[in-house]
Design a protein around this ligand. Structure first.
Ligand SMILES: C[S@@+](CC[C@H](N)C(=O)[O-])C[C@H]1O[C@@H](n2cnc3c(N)ncnc32)[C@H](O)[C@@H]1O
Length: 257
């Protein structure tokens, strides 16, 4: 199970990103940290294990957690089903740090969600809200128009679990937070580079996820096969490379609105 083209299923080439993201959050020695749209809960599980005196809460509309993960949950970690299009099941100013990765693009009203974050995060509390900008995906290829088209088709593809799709969410974060006016902070960026084409590598999974575009008549089978062949040939010469950039707003809740 995993999210096509998303980072829920991690491989070794995504460890750098995970490390970078973890470094953006200064986890308080007590209090409450929330992962809004936690997916399988990998990130919040790692945080909870490393900070036993802090409480962690994962919110998601779907329960993606595998049985193994759940049995591994420490006592300072809870999970709650919640639709982030609705008010979060949290008191005003009750959260010390809010973390949300690759969720905002599928919410129909991102500004409303940011206002909700402003409601639940306490004055001076932290926010780390990150998103891949899917149009920053780079693949090499013979036919530049084809690669661009595939990237754009993938970016605009609204998958079944999404209420909406805005693949430019990453590049919009600075403006969205400026308009929100409840946080101060800055946008930081991390470019994930995947050079392995081994089964399960992030770059290979991303290339193969483009096959879904064929099933949706967005790309022809021949175009997809030509694209895939190019990646395989590049990999055979040790020359495969994929990258995508994640932008994250890292900030604190203003003391007053
Ligand atoms: C791409 S996954 C990211 C998961 C996790 N944050 C990560 O980085 O691995 C997006 C997550 O957002 C959740 N999601 C999407 N729309 C939601 C909504 N309206 N309310 C709650 N969760 C939602 C999905 O169920 C999914 O777990």
């Amino acid at each position: 199970m995993g999210f096509l083209g998303q980072n829920a299923v991690m491989s070794s080439d995504t460890e750098g990103l995970k490390h970078w993201l973890a470094g953006q959050l200064k986890i308080p020695s007590s209090g409450l940290v929330v992962d809004a749209g936690c997916g399988q809960g990998e990130d919040i599980l790692a945080m909870a294990k490393a900070h036993p005196a802090t409480s962690f809460l994962g919110l998601d509309r779907s329960d993606w957690r595998g049985a193994e993960t759940v049995s591994d949950f420490p006592s300072n970690l809870a999970f709650q089903i919640a639709d982030l299009a609705e008010p979060m099941p949290l008191q005003d100013a009750s959260v010390d740090a809010l973390y949300s990765i690759n969720v905002l693009e599928c919410l129909a009203d991102p500004s409303r969600f940011l206002r909700e974050c402003g409601r639940v995060v306490r004055p001076g509390g932290q926010i780390v809200l990150g998103h891949f900008d899917w149009d920053t995906q780079t693949f090499d290829g013979e036919d530049r128009d084809l690669v661009r088209r595939m990237v754009h088709c993938f970016s605009d593809w609204k998958q079944a679990w999404m209420d909406a799709i805005d693949p430019w969410t990453g590049r919009r974060l600075r403006r969205l937070f400026a308009e929100n006016r409840q946080f101060e902070g800055e946008v930081r960026a991390f470019t994930l580079i995947s050079t392995s084409f081994e089964p399960g590598s992030y770059g290979r999974r991303q290339a193969e996820s483009f096959e879904a575009l064929v099933r949706r008549d967005m790309v022809t089978r021949e175009d997809y096969e030509a694209f895939k062949r190019f990646q395989e040939q590049a990999a055979a010469r040790n020359g495969f490379m994929f990258s995508v950039t994640l932008f994250a707003f890292v900030g604190t809740r203003l003391l007053t609105d």
